[in-house]
Design a protein around this ligand. Structure first.
Ligand SMILES: [Zn+2]
Ligand SMILES: [Zn+2]
Length: 304
């Protein structure tokens, strides 16, 4: 960056996805074993602290269990702040609008003791469990039973969110898939034999629940944002106030497109690794996360 760079220059993404000019101090999108990640909350905060993260949002699907566990545990390293977060996979009334008929809403800085939010999360977990069981049944029907492998991946709490990554790992363990991607592409994605559509909150209700619990509601990994501005405006009418711009796996042009939408609509830019732990260590994922310092400051300012 040269002296006198304009605001736009400072936000300009690096030229290659793997080139990150400096380590990100914020990671606002991560998963633990309490939903479909593989690290315990304790292991995640330890790895994030070691990687130099100062503000970490744990955004498990439909549960604040990991965030609650960390409170008063002494496990959070000095210099790291944990932001209570949530990721809600919301179902669109008209599928086809976006990927697989759902959009994901991050709730950042929610009150972990908000009863109304907890009630909404509990309903989401119930419908997630039903869908998971239907997909297990479907796999059995098509001659790929994974029941045995699932028993070998015990749930740690009743609140564990049951997601397709867990099924993908079971498919790999049984020899029906070679990788998480392979499991999704051949078996678990929309239109594939074991896919069952999700039931649950719509995006407007998801956003309202997050805002009512004091959180920033950010539209997650929605690279198609530049061509769906009217849809985003509908979400804003329900309270959407953030857009995930600095998503780890997005290449520079996608980040630039999202940044423009965020600026135009005055949405706060968020970003993160969406770390689950299947493919790499946290340090490796963090090394790919580019979250420019001015954007980090803007996000922190919205928390105040
Ligand atoms: Zn997501
Ligand atoms: Zn996620």
């Amino acid at each position: 960056m040269t002296k006198g760079a304009t605001r736009k220059d400072r936000h300009a993404p690096p030229t290659g996805r793997r080139f990150v000019p400096y380590p990100a101090a914020l990671d606002l999108h991560t998963h633990t074993l309490r939903s479909d990640g593989v690290l315990t909350p304790e292991a995640l905060v330890s790895a994030a602290g070691a990687a130099g993260v100062k503000l970490l949002a744990i955004t498990d699907h439909d549960t604040l269990a990991g965030v609650r566990e960390l409170r008063g545990s002494g496990a959070v390293p000095a210099g790291l702040e944990v932001l209570p977060g949530i990721e809600l996979n919301s179902v669109l009334a008209e599928p086809g609008n976006a990927g697989e008929g759902e959009v994901h809403i991050l709730g950042l800085g929610v009150d972990p003791d908000d009863d109304a939010l907890e009630a909404a999360l509990s309903r989401q977990r119930d419908s997630r469990r039903v869908r998971f069981e239907q997909m297990v049944d479907r796999l059995r029907e098509i001659g790929m039973p994974v029941d045995r492998a699932l028993e070998d991946q015990p749930l740690t709490t009743d609140d564990d969110a049951l997601g397709r990554p867990r099924l993908a790992r079971a498919l790999i363990a049984c020899g029906y898939a070679t990788s998480i991607e392979d499991a999704f592409v051949r078996h678990l994605s929309r239109g594939r034999p074991a896919y069952v559509p999700r039931q649950g909150l719509g995006p407007l209700d998801a956003i309202r629940a997050i805002r009512a619990a004091g959180g920033i509601a950010s539209l997650a990994h929605f690279a198609e944002a530049p061509s769906h501005v009217p849809f985003i405006r509908e979400l804003m009418a329900a309270g959407l106030n953030g857009l995930e711009v600095y998503y780890r796996s997005y290449e520079a042009p996608a980040v630039a497109g999202l940044r423009e939408v965020a600026d135009e609509l005055r949405l706060v830019a968020t970003g993160g690794t969406d770390y689950h732990g299947d493919r790499e260590t946290y340090a490796e994922a963090h090394a790919e996360l580019w979250f420019p310092t001015p954007a980090e400051a803007e996000f922190r300012a919205t928390l105040l």
